[in-house]
Design a protein around this ligand. Structure first.
Ligand code: DQA
Length: 246
């Protein structure tokens, strides 16, 4: 069975809260459900993905190679300036349909230019959710070769590969967040050194652990706490390193 990915970029997670004049009143979940139903009608498997982050979208496009037969992409604002997403579309060599809920040619001037258009099969703009459904039809009727073996034959039907794929994407996001956390740690280390205050603040760690416990499902609470303890231990180590170097 062929597999189509519905990929949405930044701020599309906020559908339902964004200006209904341009984006309608439905949520992202409504949009994805409509695409999944369309997939049943077309006889294709549908996988949905959304991210706010350019690097995650680029990695996800890379991971489509050998696993996905066609992509419906609403790159959101990245449409207008992300050469990285453009290059990823070009290199994966999979048909990508560019879609926009709103009519990008009848809004602000800066929206009328798409840097990804030239590497996409077609652009569909201003048709709301129906534009996604039309893009799926076109992928199946025109762009995904009927007789070619499904890209996804082995991998997507292997549930372990699918889960690993999802983990790879999350790991990429986690590493970005980890790095951002460490940058704050670096700044704190320097401030503490200036003020000559202690690196270890026990009350603070207890507070973080309490927040951790209440923020995750009970089944994960102990694991999350262990994970957070290790994160804080690394932060302390890094602070010591910075202080010693000053
Ligand atoms: C959009 C149009 C883009 O200009 C905008 O930045 C979006 C959504 C659309 O679906 O109409 O986020 O791609």
């Amino acid at each position: 069975m062929k597999t189509i990915m519905i990929m949405n970029g930044p701020n599309l997670s906020m559908l339902g809260k964004r200006d209904p004049k341009h984006y309608g009143s439905g949520t992202l979940q409504d949009l994805e459900n409509a695409c999944i139903n369309k997939g049943i009608e077309l006889g294709v498997k549908v996988v949905c993905f959304q991210s706010e982050s350019e690097s995650v979208l680029v990695r996800k496009l890379h991971s489509c190679m050998g696993t996905i037969d066609g992509v419906v992409l609403n790159a959101g604002a990245y449409t207008h300036y992300s050469i990285a997403i453009r290059d990823a579309i070009e290199l994966i060599n999979i048909p990508v349909m560019e879609v926009h809920l709103s009519d990008i040619h009848n809004r602000e001037e800066f929206r009328s230019h798409s840097v990804i258009e030239a590497v996409c099969a077609e652009q569909i703009s201003g048709m709301g959710v129906d534009g996604y459904l039309l893009a799926m039809e076109k992928l199946v009727d025109k762009y995904i070769p009927e007789n070619a073996p499904s890209a996804s034959a082995e991998e997507v039907e292997d549930p372990i590969a699918e889960e690993r794929d999802a983990i790879d994407v999350l790991d990429a996001e986690l590493l970005v967040l980890f790095q951002r956390r460490m940058k704050h740690v670096d700044r704190i280390a320097k401030l503490k050194a200036q003020r000559n205050t202690a690196t270890f603040v026990p009350g603070r760690e207890a507070q973080i652990l309490a927040t951790t416990e209440s923020s995750v499902e009970p089944a994960y609470a102990e694991y999350a706490k262990e994970w957070m303890k290790e994160t804080m231990r690394l932060a302390r180590e890094r602070q010591e390193e910075i202080r010693n170097d000053l």
